[in-house]
Design a protein around this ligand. Structure first.
Ligand code: BDR
Ligand code: CA
Length: 324
């Protein structure tokens, strides 16, 4: 068997971040060497507490959690607690973890890890503030980075917090821009064009309960609030789960397709936070991103259910034929 790929998950848990963590922790190809938390869906301390709750639920409290930046680079911080609940886990109010605590200084953890370890990739599923800060402090170490995946932005799809902007880039547009313009590696942009198509429907949630009452129950509990939000504001029955697609795509490139192009992010005005991809090459700039446009939703869901619930892939495909 090939060696496991080492990853750091930079996140703001967050309901869908939690699902991304569950998928990563259940995937034998991955070694999660650390979780860094940034302010986004919830303030950093709440996000770090949630990361620990997920680790405890998955029996992986051995993985270190680091608290990162508590405010965007320049803008005032605006959380997404209207979407994820005040506790960030859909008002599920799971008790705080007492066995261990989150450490400080995610930015230095990122820099030191890249300095001392080879073949580390980062999957970023929150605003890019921690990454931008680390990059500003030490760009050189990012040359050692294996791959960089960012859930954020959108190419043609409408935004989810303004007509054109996706939350992670809108929350800290200056960080997002800085990362796109300075990272010495290509950014795989897993944006709303593809993640919007990943909907956790009531039928799939029901299927999860059948597969495993405990894990299914956990996911049901944390997504209830998210369901209500999606129905109220988007008339979607179910909820869009963006972040686990970034992990799934990292594991299997065949789940999504896209194209290489130059991308940057607007930092001012009515389009603040919008990702701008020069798909027609007006600017004649070297591509800095691989922008995803298509996704195979059924195969994503098959992977998620197989990894997290341990069900056989062929069995899952048969059931998904009925319910997807
Ligand atoms: C992104 O914003 C957050 O609310 C989600 O966790 C996801 O990372 C989607 O726009
Ligand atoms: Ca997130």
């Amino acid at each position: 068997m090939n060696a496991k790929r080492k990853i750091i998950i930079d996140c703001d848990p967050g309901i869908d971040d939690t699902l991304a963590l569950m998928l990563a922790l259940s995937s034998p190809e991955l070694e999660v060497i650390g979780i860094t938390v940034v302010c986004g869906n919830v303030p950093t301390d709440i996000g770090a507490e949630n990361a620990l709750k997920v680790l405890k639920f998955m029996g992986r409290l051995d993985i270190p959690v680091y608290c990162g930046e508590e405010a965007p680079l320049k803008r005032d911080y605006i959380s997404a607690q209207d979407t994820h609940g005040m506790d960030g886990l859909g008002e599920s109010n799971y008790p705080a973890v007492t066995e261990t605590r989150a450490k400080k200084d995610a930015v230095n953890f990122l820099i030191n890890t890249l300095k001392t370890q080879k073949n580390v990739s980062i999957i970023a599923v929150g605003p890019l503030t921690n990454i931008a800060k680390a990059l500003q402090k030490n760009r050189e170490v990012f040359k050692n980075l294996d791959e960089f995946i960012s859930m954020g932005g959108s190419f043609k799809s409408h935004g989810n917090c303004s007509p054109v902007a996706e939350y992670n880039y809108w929350c800290d547009p200056d960080a997002a821009r800085y990362v796109y313009e300075n990272l010495p590696k290509k950014i795989h942009m897993v944006g709303l064009d593809v993640t919007r198509k990943i909907v956790l429907t009531p039928n799939i949630l029901e299927y999860m309960q059948i597969l495993d009452k405990e894990k299914g129950g956990f996911i049901k509990k944390i997504t209830r609030f998210y369901y209500d939000f999606h129905w109220k504001y988007e008339r979607v029955i179910g909820c869009v789960i963006n972040d686990p697609l970034a992990v799934a795509y990292f594991i299997n490139r065949e789940l999504c397709s896209g194209f290489d192009s130059y991308t940057t992010v607007e930092t001012e005005g009515i389009s603040i936070g919008q990702s701008v991809t020069d798909s027609m090459d007006f600017w004649k700039k070297e591509p800095n991103s691989h922008v995803l446009t298509e996704v195979n939703q059924k195969e994503f869901m098959t992977m998620f259910l197989n990894r997290v619930f341990g069900e056989d892939e062929q069995e899952i495909r048969k059931i998904l034929l009925q319910i997807m």
